[in-house]
Design a protein around this ligand. Structure first.
Ligand SMILES: *Cc1c(COP(=O)(O)O)cnc(C)c1O
Length: 421
């Protein structure tokens, strides 16, 4: 059975008359439903917050929907902080989790009252020098090193990852912050990406809760929120199963009752900063077959490229591909579905069983709503696709136009070059 797309074939063909392919389209209703499910699962905690990882889908319309649903934003750069502010996410609803951060970005975040999540113990002094004093609230990123097993390849094993502080450093880091007048403390970790094993997240919570208890004893600070990071995976491949958030929440709650409550740390806010599961399955790249060729393999050439969606080319990532109007046709052909970049990794599908594809068919690349358009680039002079929003009422709104050649040339000095010798 192939994955669903929220518009029937005729409606999609009609839409392409208004908005030529390629484009991204996001399903508002499905995004809202997923966030509600997330919030409901974690409503068993005294306090919970999901900070949407803006980098996954940095469009203010999407952020506005998420703000309405009660989410905060997890940002890693000044433009991401600015986008979040534009839609009314501010103060404790913004986590600034960056690394190798310039002073000017700390200044902006501090002025807005965003939560600053420091990546290293040496950044305490840097922040203090930048701001004149430390902010009232501070969070640190914990890198558990060998204490955390079973991590997958996108982030890599913690002891090889550049992020975060060691356990020993954190005891000193929180003590120093307390002595410098910091009043409120958070503890953060992010050790997974696209993880489908629900027990992985419960195990992460255990590490973080144990550390919060240790920090109370050794550094004299009460952690008032923990951020368990993002990393909840989505079932890109057939046969994979979505993470059961009720199961994860219940598993974490058990540990909360065993560890956090007896330590006198209740109420401690539980936070996540997921991007992928929030918008990933509810965003699609729609492209059209414009060529076919028959050499050693059968190729279908489409009008999108790796510059629109680089995950397959970059990680060999699998994305389900369907052909609009041929959902029920037998998958009796084997194709490489390819884009136009001068890179042989520009393939949306490799040796994939699909129905017979004809030039002109609309091809839907699924699960493209997170780290999709956001990771696009302009190599080979490619103009990135625009973004559409399928509203809950069935109407469609363009929320980002397609790039133009003028956009691409905007940073060039085209007048200067005429007189240049
Ligand atoms: C990328 C990232 C996230 C979001 O990851 P997803 O896999 O999209 O959930 C969250 N936090 C940090 C610090 C990140 O770098």
């Amino acid at each position: 059975m192939s994955k669903n797309f929220p518009l029937p074939h005729e409606a999609l063909e009609d839409l392409t008359k208004r908005f030529p392919t390629p484009f991204y389209i996001y399903d508002e209703k499905a995004i809202r439903e997923y966030v509600r499910y997330f919030h409901k699962a974690f409503s068993i905690f005294p306090e919970f917050r999901e900070y949407f990882a803006v980098k996954a889908c940095p469009n203010p319309y999407i952020l506005k929907i998420l703000a309405e649903e009660g989410c905060g934003a997890d940002c890693s750069s000044l433009p991401e902080l600015m986008l979040s502010k534009m839609v009314g996410m501010k103060g404790e609803f913004v986590m600034f989790t960056s690394n190798e951060t310039p002073a000017s970005e700390y200044e902006y975040a501090a002025a807005e009252g965003d939560i600053i999540n420091l990546d290293d113990i040496t950044h305490i002094e840097y922040l203090k020098k930048t701001l004149g004093k430390l902010p009232e609230t501070i969070c640190f990123r914990y890198n558990p090193g060998q204490a955390k097993h079973g991590c997958n390849s996108i982030i890599g094993s913690p002891e090889e990852a550049k992020y975060g502080c060691t356990r020993e450093q954190l005891v000193d880091a929180y003590r120093i912050c307390r002595e410098n007048g910091v009043k409120k403390f958070g503890l953060h970790t992010m050790v997974a990406s696209n993880e489908l094993n629900p027990d992985f997240f419960i195990d992460t919570a255990k590490l973080v809760f144990d550390l919060a208890v240790e920090l109370k004893e050794k550094a004299g600070v009460s952690i008032s929120f923990v951020d368990l990071g993002g990393g909840i995976g989505i079932p890109y491949k057939p046969g994979q199963k979505a993470v059961d958030l009720d199961y994860v929440a219940r598993g974490i709650k058990k540990l909360y009752d065993e560890k956090v409550v007896p330590a006198g740390l209740d109420p401690m806010r539980i936070c996540f900063e997921c991007g992928r599961p929030i918008t990933g399955p509810f965003g699609y790249l729609v492209t059209r077959a414009i060529h076919e060729k028959h050499i050693y393999r059968e190729y279908v050439g489409v009008d999108a490229s790796m510059a629109d969606l680089m995950r397959p080319g970059m990680y060999g990532a699998y994305h389900e591909v369907t052909v609009s109007g041929k959902e029920d046709a037998p998958r009796d052909h084997v194709y490489d579905v390819v884009g136009s970049l001068c890179e042989n990794c520009d393939k949306f599908a490799v040796q994939r069983e699909l129905p017979k594809i004809d030039v002109g068919d609309l091809i839907i690349v699924h699960d493209a709503g997170a780290h999709g358009r956001a990771m696009g680039f302009n190599y080979n002079g490619k103009l990135r696709a625009g973004e559409l929003l399928l509203r809950a009422d069935g109407s469609v709104k363009q929320i980002r136009r397609r790039e133009t050649i003028d956009d691409l040339f905007a940073t060039l000095d085209l007048d200067g070059v005429k007189d240049f010798e």
